[in-house]
Design a protein around this ligand. Structure first.
Ligand SMILES: *Cc1c(COP(=O)(O)O)cnc(C)c1O
Length: 356
């Protein structure tokens, strides 16, 4: 604390990301990174861009990347916004679209960055409890609001909301923006991107951090009708007019264009999630149905916090949230099959299930 801090800084409670250990001897299943490397074509493009042209500013509009995304999602370039990770895209969204007279509605169990942005940008908001089975009940969102935001599939639960439910939400809330944060959609859901031409109040946000295995490159994007995208551009151009660097643009374009590699690793992760869920259930874990690259689990006889620290002693990190309603759950990222096997083996030891 310092007497030089602004009143705003005094009141902030910053987001706490999952641990990024300096040593790589740990099995890291705590931050939903992709266990497979990025597309070889993306790495090649990144290396080619690390050259003399770095003396020049990047394209302030990242037109090449917008064009690649527009083609991929069958939209116009004016319907695409890009930023340094979806966290930055989300930040601009809170300022540009979600700061309104009426409160923004957020599920009580969802991405914990949302309330952080609310306090940073002074956005009125209301947390809406998920049902006991961690589902969104549409009726709870039938009230005056200045916007709605939720992850789909949800984080940290992994539960998926179908497109028809999202469409109902858009129809019921035609006077406010509905933001669907699709950080994990490629692992088992249908993107709401296809609804963009039909709903002027829909903003879809995605990232290359999870399914494209590029968390270290920091690229995210938003899809929406041009009025919404223009609002984001106005905020962005009042903040940092060159958001994506040349290397990020080059790598992101190549990653989006390499559909084949993307589909292969995504399919593998979906299969591993099934195997992992089955193994955990065989050990009496309750596994919330997941459409993401992680599973959200609890054991009826073992405290989640103790399981997390016992796993840590065996060099495996998973995520535990000190938060009401989910204190007894662990969020475990789907790793390679080898990593998942190591996790199951460690859990067998910890639970005393190991056969000699
Ligand atoms: C990982 C994640 C993000 C942020 O992703 P970046 O693009 O790496 O900033 C956004 N929303 C949710 C729900 C996430 O899990």
């Amino acid at each position: 604390m310092s007497r030089f801090w602004s009143p705003l800084v005094h009141e902030l409670t910053p987001y706490v990301p999952g641990e990024q250990p300096k040593s790589n001897t740990l099995i890291k299943l705590n931050t939903n990174e992709n266990p497979y490397p990025p597309s070889p074509k993306a790495i090649k493009a990144i290396k080619a861009e690390a050259a003399a042209s770095l003396r020049l500013y990047p394209d302030p509009n990242a037109d090449q990347l917008k064009a690649a995304l527009a083609t991929y999602y069958n939209l116009d370039c004016q319907q695409v916004f890009v930023g340094n990770g979806s966290d930055e895209v989300l930040a601009h969204t809170f300022q540009a679209l979600l700061k309104q007279q009426q409160p923004l509605l957020i599920p009580d169990i969802s991405y914990s960055f949302y309330p952080v942005y609310c306090s940073l940008y002074d956005v009125k908001h209301q947390m809406i409890p998920l049902t006991d089975s961690f589902e969104i009940d549409l009726q709870d969102y039938q009230k005056n609001n200045g916007g709605i935001i939720f992850p789909n599939p949800n984080a940290p639960t992994g539960r998926l909301l179908g497109l028809s439910t999202i469409e109902a939400l858009l129809q019921n809330n035609q006077d406010s923006v509905v933001v669907v944060d699709e950080a994990y959609i490629d692992f088992g859901g249908q993107s709401a991107a296809s609804l963009v031409p039909h709903y002027d109040n829909l903003l879809v946000i995605q990232t290359l951090s999870k399914s494209r295995s590029l968390a270290g490159l920091r690229v995210g994007f938003a899809l929406g009708q041009s009025d919404l995208i223009e609002a984001l551009e106005r905020v962005k151009n009042s903040f940092n007019s060159y958001p994506l660097d040349r290397i990020a643009i080059a790598g992101a374009v190549a990653a989006i264009e390499d559909k084949e590699y993307f589909e292969t690793i995504t399919e593998t992760i979906i299969q591993s999630r099934q195997t992992l869920s089955d193994s955990l259930q065989a050990m009496d874990f309750e596994v919330v149905p997941s459409a993401a690259n992680f599973v959200f689990v609890r054991h009826p006889q073992h405290k989640a916090e103790q399981l997390a620290s016992a796993l840590r002693k065996q060099s495996i990190i998973v995520r535990h949230f000190h938060q009401p309603r989910i204190e007894e759950y662990l969020r475990i990222t789907v790793g390679t099959d080898e990593e998942c096997k190591a996790l199951i083996k460690a859990l067998q030891l910890i639970l005393g299930l190991e056969q000699a």
